[in-house]
Ligand binder design. Structure first.
Ligand code: SAM
Length: 195
């Protein structure tokens, strides 16, 4: 069968998600879901910019410990520093915004892939700084349809288009538990912890 060997996470291009505008009082659940979506759909890392929120760090660490992978998590980094560092390391910046080039009706994904560079994805929450739209920050502004919805859904669809669905079949290294897919009920494989 073609492509029968599942892809491994480390075969994917490096892609980080930067979550801007997190409000600790009201966004804990949604920001946690953005981080877990990034991890599950094979982003390599997540930056919670400008703020520190230990609830999110703890949940992401707990999930990664049990379900595996080398997911990078950092928080508190000013977004301008994160973007500058990424560019200095020859990466490109992609801003997910309702106003951007439509992922379905334009060739923006092909243009991003043609750069063949590491990608940092910027996702907002509340209204993002105007600079995000400028070419000084973002190499591409991408819309997942031109209707407003959610950072979580925009991220998931972008990653699925970018990784062409391969992200849904990968196995995570060093997992302590993994699902055994079944048409009924729940099956979990538990691995011996050798650490
Ligand atoms: N009113 C906000 C604004 O003007 O930016 C919209 C905030 S929206 C709830 C939060 C984030 O979800 C946005 O910053 C963007 O990253 C993402 N988002 C929402 N709809 C999107 C779409 N259709 N395409 C791409 N990203 C989207």
């Amino acid at each position: 069968m073609e492509n029968s060997k599942p892809a491994q996470v480390n075969e994917f291009p490096k892609l980080f998600v930067l979550r801007w505008g997190h409000r600790p009082q009201r966004d804990v659940r949604l920001t946690t879901h953005v981080a877990l979506t990034a991890r599950a759909l094979c982003a390599s890392g997540f930056i919670l910019s400008d703020v520190v929120d230990s609830h999110i760090e703890e949940t992401v660490a707990k999930i990664t410990k049990a379900w595996g992978g080398d997911f990078h998590f950092e928080m508190g980094t000013p977004w301008k520093h994160a973007v500058k560092d990424w560019k200095l390391n020859d990466g490109i910046i992609v801003h997910l915004t309702v106003y951007g080039e439509n992922i379905q009706t334009s060739n923006v994904i092909d243009k991003i892939k043609a750069k063949n560079k590491n990608v940092m994805l910027l996702v907002g929450s509340q209204k993002v700084p105007g600079e995000f739209y400028s070419d000084e920050v973002s190499d591409f502004n991408v819309a997942v349809g031109n209707q407003p919805h959610s950072e979580c859904s925009a991220l998931a669809i972008f990653l699925d288009r970018f990784f062409k669905g391969k992200e849904l079949e990968i196995s995570f290294k060093n997992a302590k538990i993994a699902v055994e897919p079944t048409d009924r009920g729940k099956k979990i494989k538990t691995y011996v912890d050798l650490s």
